[in-house]
Design a protein around this ligand. Structure first.
Ligand SMILES: [Mg+2]
Length: 123
C-alpha cells in the first residue's frame, strides 16, 4: 500500500497530471498548495472544537493533498521520508533524547541533516 500511489490513481482518474519537476507556472501545483492550506485550517478548527472525528478526517485529507502536491511536482515521498526518518533518529544517543522546556527533542552532536537532494536524485 502506498498513499502516494492511491492519490496518483485518483489524480489520473480525474485527468490531473503526474509531473516530474516543480514548475511555478503549473496551476495544478498551486491548486494543491492551496488545498494543503485549506485542509490544515479545517483540521485546526476541528482540533480547537475538540472534534476527534473531524480531526482524523482532516489529517487524512492533509496527507491526501500533500501526496497530490508530491505527484504534481515529482517528489518521491517515500525517499524523502526515509532521509527525514534517518535524520530524526540521529537525535537519540543510546536511545535517549535531550528535550527543551516545551518537550521538543533537540539536536545533539550525533545529529545529521536529511539529504533531500539524494532523496530527490538531484545532483
Ligand atoms: Mg477536509
Amino acid at each position: 500500500m502506498s498513499y502516494q500511489k492511491d492519490v496518483e490513481k485518483f489524480m489520473l482518474a480525474g485527468e490531473q497530471s503526474i509531473n516530474k519537476a516543480l514548475d511555478l507556472e503549473n496551476d495544478q501545483s498551486r491548486l494543491y498548495m492551496n488545498l494543503i492550506t485549506e485542509e490544515y485550517k479545517e483540521t485546526l478548527s476541528a482540533y480547537e472544537d475538540g472534534d476527534m472525528i473531524e480531526v482524523a478526517d482532516g489529517l487524512a485529507d492533509m496527507v491526501w493533498v500533500i501526496m497530490g502536491m508530491c505527484n504534481s511536482c515529482g517528489i518521491n515521498f517515500d525517499s524523502v521520508w526515509e532521509e527525514v526518518r534517518a535524520s530524526n533518529m540521529s537525535k537519540f544517543i543510546d536511545g535517549k533524547s535531550i528535550k527543551n522546556e516545551h518537550g521538543k527533542i533537540m539536536k545533539p552532536a550525533t545529529y545529521f541533516k536529511p539529504n533531500i537532494k539524494k532523496a530527490l536524485d538531484i545532483e
